[in-house]
Design a protein around this ligand. Structure first.
Ligand SMILES: *Cc1c(COP(=O)(O)O)cnc(C)c1O
Length: 219
């Protein structure tokens, strides 16, 4: 058995019920991704449209494809065509572009709103204090449907340092659930990567995104 399948088996065995796994597949070949799928993985996350096009052409619709990178306006059309869910919507303008493309392609595009939980100026994502307002505005856009929140959090050496950012994002998630905004389904909270997923799960993540834990270190 290959190392990728072993990794998938051991992660799936350790995940609590109700936590979904997204394999972050940037820089990985379709062969590596296929090994993970054969071992039971059902959702692939891609950061780059070109890579996703190539992988999807080989692998097809047997898994769910999530876009987890930063989406440029000129790539929206392809993203809507290639992906089942876009995790990284961080502006009303981007949501509008996705919605228009969704309508053109006869599809209601499921999205997550990305939260900049570290309030890092150079990073993508909506500032926590603007989340509610932006979710309300996007909820009115036809052709997109909000299904949850995603956050990266600042890069930290010690995973424990990521905890407050996960806590803050979960609070926003719960507030939005309570508000019960029309056409918004606050179902998924996507947070936690290889070094931080255990803490993210402790703090309420029901979707984690793992790259190196599954495929090994990126070279
Ligand atoms: C690469 C990536 C991950 C996974 O990172 P690892 O540390 O390899 O687990 C998760 N989310 C996003 C958005 C990524 O780009």
């Amino acid at each position: 058995m290959g190392i990728i399948s072993e990794n998938v088996y051991s992660v799936l065995a350790e995940l609590p019920r109700g936590v979904e796994l997204v394999a972050a597949a940037k820089t990985r070949t379709p062969k590596e991704i296929n090994e993970a799928i054969d071992a039971g993985l059902s959702t692939i996350g891609e950061n780059y449209i070109q890579e996703a096009e190539a992988a999807r052409a080989t692998i097809g619709a047997i898994v769910n494809w999530h876009f987890i990178g930063s989406l440029q306006n000129n790539k929206v059309k392809k993203a809507v065509r290639l992906f089942d869910l876009i995790e990284t919507v961080d502006s009303v303008a981007l949501a509008r572009a996705i919605g228009n493309e969704g309508l053109a392609q006869g599809k209601i595009m499921p999205v997550f709103i990305e939260i900049n939980s570290g309030r890092e100026p150079q990073k993508t994502g909506v500032m926590p204090e603007n989340a509610q307002d932006i979710v309300r505005q996007i909820s009115d856009i036809k052709g997109v449907k909000i299904l949850g929140l995603m956050t990266m959090g600042p890069r930290t050496g010690n995973p424990e340092e990521a905890r407050p950012y996960f806590v803050e994002t979960r609070k926003i998630f719960e507030q939005l659930q309570k508000l019960d905004i029309a056409r918004v389904e606050m179902k998924y909270l996507s947070m936690g990567m290889t070094n931080s997923y255990k803490i993210a799960i402790e703090e309420g993540a029901n979707m984690i995104r793992l790259g190196s834990r599954i495929f090994g270190h990126r070279t």
